[in-house]
Design a binder for this molecule. Structure first.
Ligand SMILES: Nc1ncnc2c1ncn2[C@@H]1O[C@H](COP(=O)(O)OP(=O)(O)OP(=O)(O)O)[C@@H](O)[C@H]1O
Length: 585
């Protein structure tokens, strides 16, 4: 129960509803208890009538009265049972909602390393399956728990008051039933944990096969993927069958033990009746009803234990993630700063913690507010890493990055990221309309602004060509854009944000050179007074830059501007000559 303590805060939050729910549960059970003793009364009236102790008229009147009471009590018990579900089960849904939001909010705060070391399927499983298991504890388990306790507390003393010997024998098999069901539930729990872990794998496999469907098709891997899927399905079937086998024991065991209890009641009650220790056969019937009323709650003790165990295991998995602290956080007292956009790298090195790859090695440079820096270099030379460090997606291993003279770690994280408009290398667009994808950069943007930035990113004409123009839905629910169109929408999204610092990570790689030139021209206009850092493989992005650096294996091997770099032999000049000759030819 240690892990489940996490849910107590939600119980406290909804304590009023839970309190009312508990009262209602108790009332519902008390009304349920009315029926057996009136059934006994009915039998007694019938017996008396048979023995000629009561006339037909009054006997009929008594019968009608008792039936009326049983009916009324059943109605009220039904009504309160309905209200009980409405309160306690509803609270469990609220708790499920709150917990899902808490987990999701926490996921959002965690940094990239967390996402790299955990699989998406697992993240999704914890927020859906595991939270559902915890809901079972916060709702049904709580409700049936209260119900069981109420019934035990009211019914068992009542049975002992009415007929102690019969009560003793009637209750004798029930602890055995509870222990057996507890034991079965433990096995069920073990096996269902295996099923749970398997489902996590299955989600990951399905998610990867669907997102990688084009690769699967292109490499004609359908049959291998199918074979893998059917292996997984077989594994799932075996695990589910294991679970089904133990589940199958549950009800037969219950029925057997109720049967034994009933036989005890009939035998012991019958003997007592013969000996005159009980006055009416109605008492036997009353006890049979009691035994049947108790069976489910007794069985449920075992079931509840298994729900609690499962919820504990699930909450443990959830807590594992909730306990993870984001490695990158805002300082407690950030320096107040109106960011102007001066960026300084002071002997910065960075090693990816998971792979140990040194992506940047002693990198130093300065970009003044409003300047443009272009970073060139072979693939894997550390260009994207450098941009990620400016947005503080990672923290430097050694050295310092300063924005307007203030170490980046002293700045408020949100303020820093709000000042940055980043266009990543892999343009990611959401399954939403084009308008909303661009609006992501500025929620309250007017439609005219959206069109204006789309024009600057040279994608407006493409959008206008779609039947639904800006309302065209992208992604899984809609059309698929070309790589270049995606990149340009992603640029428009950054432009509408109108940030102080632009980070463009090779975001024109999928557009033709003519469009690239048009966009670069527009970007120069849009980012005239903004600090702009462009990562590129094309020298065209460097022609008008104030500064250029060339990276190789994480080190700066050349720096200057176009004119200076053309004056020396090296990577830049070679690249320029290569790309220029390519263009001319
Ligand atoms: N998330 C990551 N985890 C571990 N290592 C990484 C990660 N991202 C990049 N690397 C490694 O860091 C080095 C620099 O990568 P980076 O993406 O910064 O290069 P790049 O110059 O942007 O390459 P490209 O031009 O291909 O985009 C590479 O060796 C790469 O394998």
């Amino acid at each position: 129960m240690k892990e489940l303590r996490h849910v107590n805060k939600y119980f406290r939050k909804y304590w009023k509803k839970l309190f009312i729910g508990t009262l209602i549960t108790i009332i519902a059970r008390v009304f349920q208890l009315v029926m057996p003793s009136y059934v006994s009364n009915i039998i007694e009236v019938v017996e008396k009538y048979g023995q000629g102790l009561i006339a037909k008229g009054p006997a009929q009147q008594d019968l009608l009265l008792y039936i009326g009471i049983i009916f009324g009590a059943a109605l009220l018990s039904g009504l309160f049972t309905f209200l009980m579900r409405q309160t306690i089960i509803n609270v469990s849904r609220y708790i499920e909602f709150d917990l899902k939001n808490e987990v999701f909010d926490h996921y959002q705060k965690l940094d990239l390393n967390f996402y790299k070391s955990n699989r998406t399927g697992d993240l999704m499983n914890r927020i859906s399956e595991d939270v559902s298991q915890v809901r079972m504890y916060a709702g049904p388990a709580l409700m049936y728990g209260i119900q069981t306790v109420t019934l035990f507390v009211c019914l068992i003393p009542l049975m002992f008051i009415k007929a102690p010997t019969m009560a003793f024998y009637a209750l004798l098999p029930l602890p055995v039933l509870s222990v057996l069901i507890y034991w079965i539930s433990r096995v069920i729990h073990k096996r269902s944990t295996r099923v749970q872990a398997f489902l996590s794998n299955l989600s990951t496999f399905a998610q990867e096969s669907f997102s990688g469907i084009s690769v699967i098709k292109a490499y004609v891997m359908e049959s291998q993927t199918n074979a893998q899927a059917s292996d997984l399905a077989q594994e799932g079937r075996d695990k589910s069958m294991d679970l089904a086998k133990v589940n199958a024991w549950f009800f037969p065991m219950m029925i057997l033990l109720i049967g034994v209890s009933n036989i005890f009641v009939i035998y012991v009650g019958g003997m007592q009746y013969f000996r005159g220790e009980i006055s009416s056969l109605g008492t036997i019937l009353e006890f049979i009803i009691y035994v049947n009323m108790l069976t489910w709650p007794v069985a449920i003790v075992g079931w509840l234990t298994s729900i609690v165990q499962r919820a504990e295991a699930s909450q443990k998995r959830i807590n594992e993630f909730l306990k993870q602290k984001p490695e990158i956080e805002s300082p407690e007292q950030p320096e107040p700063l109106e960011i102007e956009g001066g960026v300084v790298f002071d002997q910065v090195s960075f090693v990816y913690p998971d792979t140990g790859i040194k992506a940047l090695d002693n990198v130093s440079f300065e970009v003044a507010p409003g300047e443009t820096l272009t970073i060139l270099g072979k693939t894997g030379s550390g260009k994207s890493t450098l941009l990620d460090l400016i947005a503080r997606l990672y923290d430097t291993s050694t050295g310092e990055i300063r924005i307007d003279g203030v170490p980046i770690t002293n700045l408020d994280l949100e303020a820093l990221r709000a000042a940055i408009g980043a266009v990543p290398q892999d343009a990611f667009l959401f399954s939403d309309t084009i308008e909303n994808n661009i609006r992501f950069g500025k929620e309250d943007a007017h439609f005219d602004e959206i069109q204006a930035v789309a024009r600057q990113a040279v994608v407006h004409d493409n959008i206008a060509g779609f039947a639904k123009e800006y309302q065209t839905v992208l992604g899984e629910r809609g059309i698929t854009l070309s790589g270049g169109q995606k990149q340009r929408i992603s640029i428009a999204r950054a432009l509408i944000k109108d940030p102080v610092i632009y980070l463009f990570d090779d975001c024109l790689s999928a557009v033709d050179t003519e469009t690239e030139e048009a966009i670069l021209g527009n970007l120069r206009q849009a980012s005239r007074n903004k600090t702009t850092i462009i990562v590129s493989h094309r020298v065209s992005s460097a022609l008008h830059a104030d500064k250029v650096i060339v990276l190789e294996n994480g080190r700066i091997i050349q720096r200057g501007n176009h004119e200076k770099l053309m004056a020396e032999d090296g990577y830049y000049k070679d690249l320029y000559i290569n790309q220029l000759s390519g263009k001319e030819s």
